[in-house]
Ligand binder design. Structure first.
Ligand code: DAH
Length: 357
């Protein structure tokens, strides 16, 4: 009997020492295998009397069951341990917040440009786009600003060496060159339609009015809280047979009041000088209430298009006349949202930009 108890104890101890299923199967063979300890004990029964066989056989069976129970318990423990190890290795923390792709949004200046286009679009203005790398001709000369004109010094820009009047060699300092580019195309199209392609003379035939805005990037050597070397402008041009300063005042006032959603907004047309307009005016606005109330804020340059500019469009200034303006969408964005440093728009800081979504 004592022998059997010891065998069972030895089996339990051996199973405890097995740390892998393979170890455990080896240990099992020692006790329950074909020539294992229990099998050997069974074989020994043959030499016993019937009475002893019965007693000893039952005892051996008992011990065998105990060993099998210990084996199964150990098998389960090892399987459980293996499962835990696997779970740990493949851990999946379902409480971690998911990685989201944030929703994008338009840049505040783009929102302003869209708004400008929508408002002028509702007044029948087309939208034109032109090159940012310009020639002397379109940026200055065609706009009645000859080489030695003092107005050029207000426009220190980024020049590329070489270039001729017609070849692009500078970053445009304003969107005004689009007045010429757009008008020339417009005139060309309608001359063709009226069978007078190009007789070298200024056009004084029939033609639909030119009504266009040209938003885009512009460049100057300038940098502080209210100036950036790259900034935006939006040009406006309306040329027809009887388009006067009165129309400019009406259109621009309507635009500003719609843009700022404020019908009480006050506008002032302050006499000024631009080579491409005569007379010229600076346009200031004033909010009747709010944090900016009582201050005149400059938003655009404007004027009656100079006859020389009308000529450079290919039109006869005796028949065609109109107004033009150039405004700063960056400035409008600052005023609309109460931003006091222009550079914030171009630093690319997502914490600032995402506030305008
Ligand atoms: N181009 C001018 C500037 O950059 C703004 C301007 C003034 C545009 C008068 C115009 C205009 O079309 O008529 O300062």
């Amino acid at each position: 009997m004592n022998d059997l108890t010891a065998v069972v104890e030895q089996a339990r101890a051996a199973f405890e020492l097995a740390h892998t299923p393979a170890d455990l199967e080896n240990s099992k063979a020692i006790f329950l295998g074909k020539s294992g300890r229990i099998t050997e004990l069974m074989k020994g029964l043959a030499s016993l009397s019937i009475e002893e066989k019965k007693l000893q056989g039952a005892a051996i069976n008992h011990a065998k069951q105990a060993i099998e129970a210990a084996l199964n318990a150990r098998r389960q423990a090892l399987a459980e341990r293996e499962l835990q190890a696997q779970l740990q290795a493949e851990a999946l923390d379902v409480t971690l917040p998911g990685r989201q792709r944030g929703a994008g949004g338009l840049h505040p200046v783009s929102l302003t440009l869209e708004r400008i286009e929508a408002i002028f679009g509702s007044m029948g203005f087309e939208v034109a786009q032109g090159p940012e790398i310009e020639s002397d001709w379109f940026n200055f000369t065609a706009l009645n600003t000859p080489e030695d004109h003092p107005a050029r010094s207000m426009h220190d820009t980024f020049y590329v060496e070489g270039g001729s009047d017609q070849a692009p060699n500078l970053l445009r300092t304003h969107t005004s060159p689009m007045q010429i580019r757009h008008a020339v195309q417009h005139v060309k199209k309608h001359r063709l339609a009226h069978g007078s392609p190009n007789d070298g003379k200024l056009y004084s035939g029939d033609m639909p009015e030119i009504r266009v805005i040209a938003p885009g990037r512009t460049y100057r050597v300038d940098s502080d809280a209210t100036h950036s070397p790259m900034f935006h402008q939006c040009e406006g041009l309306w040329v027809g047979e009887a388009i006067s300063f009165k129309d400019l005042k009406y259109v621009f006032t309507d635009f500003c009041r719609t843009f700022f959603e404020n019908p009480e907004l006050v506008l002032r047309f302050r006499p000024s000088f631009f080579p491409f307009t005569e007379p010229s005016a600076e346009i200031d606005i004033q909010f009747p209430s709010g944090p900016l109330a009582g201050r005149w804020l400059e938003v655009a340059g404007s004027g009656q298009v100079h006859p020389n500019v009308i000529r450079n469009m290919g039109l006869d200034p005796e028949r065609y006349i109109g107004f033009a303006f150039g405004m700063g969408p960056d400035r409008l964005t600052m005023l609309r949202y109460g931003v006091n440093d222009l550079r914030l728009f171009f630093d690319g800081d997502i914490r600032f930009l995402s506030q305008f979504r």
